[in-house]
Design a protein around this ligand. Structure first.
Ligand SMILES: NC(=O)C1=CN([C@@H]2O[C@H](COP(=O)(O)OP(=O)(O)OC[C@H]3O[C@@H](n4cnc5c(N)ncnc54)[C@H](OP(=O)(O)O)[C@@H]3O)[C@@H](O)[C@H]2O)[C@@H](O)CC1
Ligand SMILES: Nc1ncnc2c1ncn2[C@@H]1O[C@H](COP(=O)(O)OP(=O)(O)O)[C@@H](O)[C@H]1O
Ligand SMILES: [Mg+2]
Length: 283
């Protein structure tokens, strides 16, 4: 049965930080994103991950994006994604790997997806978004087993992955595809009123609206999901909370903005999260 995704999830997941904690306690996130054409996607995912509280964030991208990365988010580190050894090492050392925003679908992008899926293992968490989902569909790839994985398709990507037109999908077929075709632990099916589906849990968001129909909005969500997976233990609930926070901020901004820019959502994240923490302080 589908339940409504409410603010309860955010209060459950966002925690007070222990006084003696350090950056290593809040996770290493590796984002593999942003080719020469879609560099902005990698930058937006990275800014969102830093602002959503990930301890250490690295963007593996085309070197053309390096200066922009340092200007926009100097907290993040950089890897030239052509450097095979450095990329492999970063994949192996990360707690969370997000691959896909603005990756493109060329031969090099396919290699990156295959490499990531081959190296990801154990307690790592994997988020697959944007072009990486298209690459999966075009090359019949499934998520690696034994890694907690989240797929974040928009409706176009979902139709490519599942081969079923959304109009003909009921929840049972969504669930079957999530498990049998993709192996994904959690499916975030993005749309007006996004659905988050995991084993034995299914929620629908009632927040958000057309003011969110801006390029980069999904890239930003992917960065928030990665950061929450890096910080919070329960991966399913962390993903649900990230989906809620993303649209809750957008809805708040929409009271005074006709269009809500993804970069504004990223900028507002620390402020939103401290409001949740203040509520915890009063409890
Ligand atoms: N600044 C940057 O760097 C940005 C980089 N970006 C990144 O670039 C990459 C390519 O992105 P992309 O937009 O070129 O194609 P992509 O999203 O794969 O769509 C392909 C097909 O799907 C369809 N479709 C799309 N949305 C749909 C929906 N909600 N529901 C239903 N259908 C939908 C769409 O159909 P149409 O628009 O023709 O109706 C089209 O046929 C990707 O990694 C992305 O993350 C973007 O984030 C933008 C900002
Ligand atoms: N009309 C809408 N109502 C609610 N949410 C929307 C609407 N339009 C877009 N969104 C949200 O914006 C995001 C768009 O994701 P996506 O298409 O992947 O963007 P991009 O790849 O350009 O970053 C999703 O989270 C989606 O739910
Ligand atoms: Mg997208």
């Amino acid at each position: 049965m589908t339940e409504e995704l409410t603010a309860t999830i955010v209060h459950e997941i966002i925690q007070k930080r222990p006084s003696n904690s350090h950056k290593g306690d809040f996770g290493r996130v590796l984002i593999i994103a942003g080719n020469q054409q879609f560099g902005g996607a990698g930058l937006m995912a990275t800014a969102a991950a830093v602002n959503a509280g990930a301890g250490l964030v690295t963007l593996a991208t085309d070197p053309v994006n390096l200066t922009a990365l340092h200007v926009r988010t100097p907290e993040a580190m950089f890897i030239d994604w052509h450097d095979d050894a450095e990329l492999s090492s970063a994949i192996e050392k990360s707690d969370v790997i997000l691959i896909g925003p603005g990756l493109g679908t060329d031969e090099f992008a396919i290699r990156l997806v295959k490499k990531t899926f081959a190296l990801a293992k154990g307690n790592q968490r994997l988020v697959v978004d944007g072009s990486a989902l298209t690459v999966m569909a075009q090359n019949n790839l499934v998520f690696p087993l034994n890694v907690f994985s989240v797929a974040t398709p928009h409706q176009g990507e979902w139709e490519l992955l599942s081969g079923i037109k959304l109009a003909y999908q009921d929840n049972m077929s969504l669930n079957n595809v999530q498990r049998s075709i993709l192996n994904a632990n959690t499916l975030v099916l993005k749309q007006h009123h996004t659905i988050v589906m995991s084993d034995q849990r299914e929620f629908q968001l009632k927040l958000g609206g057309p003011y969110m129909a801006v390029g980069g909005m999904g890239d930003t969500l992917a960065g928030i999901i990665a950061a929450f997976l890096a910080q919070f233990t329960n991966a399913t609930k962390a993903t649900e909370a990230a989906v809620y926070v993303h649209s809750a901020i957008a809805e708040q901004m929409a009271h005074h903005s006709y269009v809500v820019k993804p970069t504004i959502i990223a900028d507002f994240l620390p402020n939103y999260m401290v409001q949740i923490k203040s509520n915890l302080d009063q409890e």
